[in-house]
Design a protein around this ligand. Sequence first.
Ligand code: SF4
Length: 340
Amino acid sequence: MVTSEGIKKLAKSLGADLVGIASMDRFEGAPANQDPRYIQPDAKACIVLAFRVPRGYYRGIEEGTFFSVYTTMGYAGINEVFGPIILRELVCYLEDEGYESVPLPNIYLRSSAYFDKGENDPSVSVPVSPDKPFPDVMIDMRVAAYAAGLGEYGWSKVFLSPEFGPLQRFAALLTTAPLEPDPIFEGKICDRCMSCARACTGKAISMTEADHITIAGHVIEYAKVDLKACSIAYRGGNPDYNPFLDSKVKYEDYKDLYFGSPILEEAVHIPKYMRHGSALEGARGCMRECYAHLEKVGRLTKKFTTPFRKPGWKPWKIDRSQYPDIVVGNKKRSKDDSLL
Ligand code: SF4
């Protein structure tokens, strides 16, 4: 017999750091294209896995000397390799027990809703019939993590767990196994210190304006986040914090463009094999600054023998006037390169 306790033990033995279980009714009210009940109508539970982003993956970016391990192992590696391997093991186990199960890795075909183009953007897909939402339907991982009791939303809108603060990524699976859900997290992690908003290199996190969402009857508040500014900053769009940015391309050329803009992809002078390579900003505000704060005030259960930031630590900022003869990158391009 499959139990919640048993599936959690198995998931952790396979490499998940945290496991929570949500009942399907907790997705009531989700937009159709984020409602997992459209993916597997007879699912009885949603199992949510969290994989820590090890603190050491950020160390090189903290020092300003080694950027590639976070973008590869800390981002694409977890979402596209490590997480899916564990999802497959769990799906096969559950199906061996007779329960159809659907893996939901943090990779999917459609991102228009996330990037603010609207729920029914016909440039991305068409519904297969009028009674169904536009594919790909995909859960919002933060909503699923909250519904599975793994933690709370921070002011930054990044999900915080009591163990790792903001340093984790999620994957989920749906199953017909009738698993007991976990209670909604009732603790308090975010103390509204606003360090995330102050340190964001895109100034994407409002200090004063809030948005709200209701999950399983709980009203959740977080900052109004400028997703366009975030999408540029997270991939190193601020020249002060990106040593790989082609200095011939000016911020004005791409400040109105979105995540995935070819002109920004080209301007960030990094090898193409680095999937999510342009996440090299290393989430300065919403992840690193938040983590440093939560560790300092003692809110995290995962402890280290040394602090993430030593006393007197100062954030680095590039002074390009020190390198007048160095131009990063050598490709010819213009604003017309943009496809957006
Ligand atoms: S940095 Fe402070 S305000 Fe921002 S999410 Fe973390 S704890 Fe909350």
